[in-house]
Design a protein. Sequence first.
Length: 200
Amino acid sequence: MMQNITRKFELHRKWVETSGKEGDKLRLQEVDFRNFDLSDRFLEQANIINCIFNNLNLKNKDFHASVLCSSTYESANIDTCDFYKTDLSYTNFSSATLTSVRFARSDCWEATFKNASLMDCNLSAISFTLTDFSNARLNNVDISESRFENVSFNGVILENIKGIDEANFHSINIGTPENPIILLGQEAARWVKDNSLNNQ
């Protein structure tokens, strides 16, 4: 199986480098990457669905314009990676540490960031729908032009949040799923601003 996946990565590299004229776009499902060397692999513009990246150290990896639906990054250390314009629906970043990561213009439908730490990340122009930030820490992140709908902020810690006034707050839940406290529109924006330390 490893040889087959390695061959697919080689074809994908060629596909990326030739703008699709040669090689073949990477399409993988249900692959566990925890025992796989990803150091020199091209991951951009790929379809990597329901795959496992848990506990991995991912640095300077480019996932931009990929489809990563239902993949898991639990407790991963993700540093200076690019998820620009990526489909992150149903992805799980629980307890992950994310530093200087670009998520701009991604789709985070039902993505989970429970207990995650996000520092110096670009969260601008993202569709956050049913996204879960329960007990997460967001420090020095940019949320400008992002849309928040049915987003869980229960127990979240917010510091130096940028772009609050430019974000679109439809609804957030600062309670639990069992005992929701739903804030709408400007009330939600005001709560984020009031609960952000040194907000900008």
